[in-house]
Design a protein around this ligand. Structure first.
Ligand code: KG4
Ligand code: ZN
Length: 343
């Protein structure tokens, strides 16, 4: 089956053509990074307007690069949750229009599940496995038994790991996107320059829950207090924060690996592009004697290929969306039950 995947949940407008959930024929990604850079963050209204302007061209390009005619498509998969509502609607409505015109089925895809599917595009991975999803809005550790069976073992109870990277970068004007800016700065910094406190969670949370809000606040507001070297600079700040941010997730992952006895660790999401996280995951996999699957950097961040890949499996079994399908900004299953934003 030839599936068109459309992704517009945040600041990347992407379309991809994927064969049988595996072979990427094209993966066109139009990033809005330049448009949001001056604001050091994604401006939702701007994002949805930009998606509206470019989506037709992005889809046309994806088909042209794949060498596929519209009439050859068997179905369309489109991200419809979670994300920015206005941006999601652009992709969903485009997909509906195209599906109607071509008289083919379409399906709404959960972006978080698609991130966990991304490694499957590059390797044959058997279930079950321990899944780690690290992105701008989510931090999830889960037991994954099939495409449908994702048992959440832990999440962040406050900020997502990527959010901490982004907010610190925004505060110190390190650059945008924040994760990439911190990652790059950290390459030349001393990870031991600052001794930020490791968050301690009380027992009321799930065993594998993590927290990034305290670390973020310490880095932003109290850098001076935790300084151990007098001449620390931006690169040192970035490296010290990144070291602790990564070690927080590695620690709970190793616990979860030991407790569940999983033999495979599968990682997805934008933060999985992080240099230190990739290397620490490699070491953790070796220590625990498990197989590690991390996608190439391009498939870590938002892309249409992971949407088409997961969509193939749903469409193949007849999971078609109705034309009344809509978008959902937040998916509770991947959020902490003890945390409500603004609450
Ligand atoms: O998966 P993604 O593209 O979008 C969401 O679903 O949120 O992830 C975006 C997040 C942002 O927080 C961004 O700063 C972070 O991934 N990110 C990184 C790196 N590249 C992207 N964080 C750390 N190091 C990186 N190299
Ligand atoms: Zn994403």
């Amino acid at each position: 089956m030839i599936i068109l995947g459309i992704e517009s949940s945040c600041d990347e407008c992407s379309a991809a053509v994927v064969l049988d959930g595996k072979e990427i024929l094209s993966n066109t990604i139009l990033s809005q990074v330049r448009d949001h850079r001056e604001f050091y963050g994604v401006v939702p209204e701007l994002a949805s307007r930009l998606h509206t302007e470019v989506i037709r061209g992005v889809v046309d390009t994806a088909l042209a690069e794949a060498g596929i005619a519209y009439q050859e498509l068997d179905g369309i998969a489109v991200t419809n949750r979670p994300g920015l509502s206005g941006s999601l609607l652009v992709g969903l409505n485009f997909a509906k229009g195209l599906a109607a015109a071509l008289d083919i089925p379409f399906v709404g895809i959960d972006h978080i599940r698609a991130h966990l599917y991304a490694p499957h595009l590059e390797a044959d991975i058997s279930y079950p496995y321990l899944g780690l999803l690290v992105s701008g809005g989510h931090t999830v550790i889960a037991l994954v038994s099939s495409i449908d069976a994702i048992e959440v073992l832990g999440t962040t109870i406050d900020d997502a790991i990527g959010e901490a990277f982004d907010k610190i970068a925004k505060y110190y004007r390190f650059g945008y996107p924040g994760g990439v800016a911190v990652d790059t700065l950290a390459l030349t910094g001393d990870p031991d320059a600052y001794n930020f406190p490791k968050p301690k969670l009380k027992n009321i949370y799930r065993k594998y829950d993590v927290s990034y809000s305290g670390l973020k606040t310490a880095v932003i507001n109290q850098a001076d207090k935790f300084r151990v070297k007098a001449d620390a600079v931006a690169a040192d700040l970035a490296a010290s924060f990144q070291k602790l941010a990564v070690s927080i997730i590695i620690e709970v992952l190793e616990e979860a690996l030991a407790d569940t006895g999983m033999q495979r660790l599968v990682v997805g999401g934008g933060v999985a592009a992080n240099t230190r996280l990739r290397s620490e995951l490699g070491s953790a996999a070796q220590r625990n004697d498990v197989e590690l699957f991390i996608p190439s950097r391009l498939l870590c961040t938002d892309n249409g290929a992971m949407i088409a890949g997961l969509g193939y499996h749903l469409l193949k079994r007849g999971d078609y969306a109705k034309y009344s399908e809509t978008v959902t900004a937040r998916v509770d299953a991947f959020k902490s039950p003890v945390w409500k934003k603004g609450g």
